[in-house]
Design a protein around this ligand. Structure first.
Ligand SMILES: Nc1ncnc2c1ncn2[C@@H]1O[C@H](COP(=O)(O)OP(=O)(O)OP(=O)(O)O)[C@@H](O)[C@H]1O
Ligand SMILES: [Mg+2]
Length: 372
């Protein structure tokens, strides 16, 4: 298993007049980590994965595995394993032989092959299927075999998975995700997992690499991406619905959103002023999560009475569409009496308010999760 260093690594598919599919990237991924590459279609996930696997040669920059420059090496010399969207296996071979293939190919002694295949088969609940021919097995079993083929070797630098659960039925997806997490915990392999599904990324990964338009916007734990998004895009992308983002102006004790004002903690306000001082024309955005807002009594001194636009009952809770300073926002109401129309008194705790200047989160000086 290898530590991976990206050194000013970038890629474009055409000449210098074409946009970067991956903008210059410098960062380190630790050995044995489970990384998820997450982002909307076309953001560059597969491009980054192909640069790691050696299927693509970068336009610029270098890639190091454990300090060794592998930029010019092809996939085989990089010693990686890959799992693709659709099962890749030998139809006419048994499940056992499919799993054994990568090991026999590398000249492993047969007793070691047997031991390792049995270990991986057990983890993926394939033990009972080992004697069966791969052809004709259900899609999820075939994809588990593919996963097994990716995970069976103990000497690979990294296992790369590009949307490996696409063909799996929704009810089996969470089962396989859990399996994969378990396999990662037991085998301690470095995994890079590409997906555009945030639930998949957040449940699988130790660290999520969130991408947009060829840029890595944030690398963080699922919790950090949720609670401290480095960028407005991250705030909005993570969550369902995502973070509310409202254009605002700084005021004496907080922010003004249209005709509404909200108090902010003085240190946050001071940090925002410092950031604005260096980029005076930059736009400010206030963010809060739909689930952070609370319905409160109209008499609450901190209540913000906002017009209710619509109500969506979702069984366990309601999703309210409200208007704050003329801008739409979602509020998740889990209890209390939800009015049918009119104004609702809302409380937005200052601890739940996030400020962005020019799209980037205003971080407090002592905030360890801040990303520059
Ligand atoms: N072979 C290619 N030739 C030219 N442009 C390409 C090629 N492959 C990808 N691109 C472009 O590079 C950008 C990144 O594509 P990439 O396939 O890496 O995105 P992705 O995040 O994997 O998307 P998806 O979620 O749809 O798989 C896109 O603008 C895409 O159109
Ligand atoms: Mg892709």
């Amino acid at each position: 298993m290898a530590r991976i260093d990206f050194v000013d690594l970038a890629h474009r598919y055409g000449g210098s007049d074409t946009p970067w599919a991956l903008q210059p990237l410098t960062m380190t991924w630790e050995e044995g980590g489970a990384y998820a590459l997450l982002g909307p279609s076309g953001c560059g996930k597969t491009t980054l994965l192909k640069l790691v696997s050696g299927l693509l040669t970068p336009t610029r920059g270098r890639l190091l595995f454990d300090g060794r420059d592998v930029t010019a090496l092809g996939p085989r010399a990089r010693n990686i394993a890959q799992v693709f969207q659709f099962p890749v296996l030998y139809d006419t071979m048994s499940v056992f032989d499919n799993l054994a293939f990568p090991l026999r190919n590398r000249g492993w002694p047969e007793p070691d092959v047997r031991r390792r295949v049995q270990e991986v088969a057990e983890l993926l609940e394939l033990s009972g299927d080992l004697p069966l021919q791969a052809r004709g097995l259900p899609a999820d079993v075939q994809q588990r075999i593919s996963l097994g083929r990716g995970l069976v070797r103990t000497d690979v630098a990294v296992v790369l998975l590009d949307e490996p659960l696409t063909v799996i039925d929704p009810h089996l997806k969470w089962l396989l995700r859990r399996k994969l997490k378990q396999v990662h915990a037991q085998l301690k392999v470095s995994l890079i997992y590409v997906t555009h599904d945030q639930v998949e990324a957040l449940t699988f990964a130790d660290l999520v690499v969130l991408m947009e338009s060829g840029r890595v916007l944030q690398v963080g734990t699922p919790e950090a991406l949720y609670a401290a998004p480095a960028h407005t895009f991250v705030g909005h992308f993570i969550g369902s619905p995502g973070m509310n983002l409202l254009p605002c102006e700084l005021a004496e004790h907080g922010v003004r959103i249209g005709a509404d004002t909200l108090r902010l903690d003085p240190p946050l306000l001071a940090a925002a002023r410092r950031m604005l001082a260096t980029t005076p024309a930059a736009a400010c955005t206030l963010g809060f999560r739909p689930e952070a807002a609370r319905l409160c009594a109209a008499t609450d001194p901190d209540a913000l009475a906002v017009p209710l636009v619509s109500v969506q009952p979702l069984g366990t809770h309601w999703l309210l569409r409200v208007s704050i300073g003329g801008h739409p926002a979602w509020v998740r109401a889990a209890d209390g009496v939800v009015p049918a129309a009119g104004r609702v008194p809302l409380r937005l705790p200052s601890s739940a308010l996030v400020l962005f200047v020019a799209g980037r989160r205003v971080a407090m000086p002592a905030d360890p999760s801040a990303v520059a």
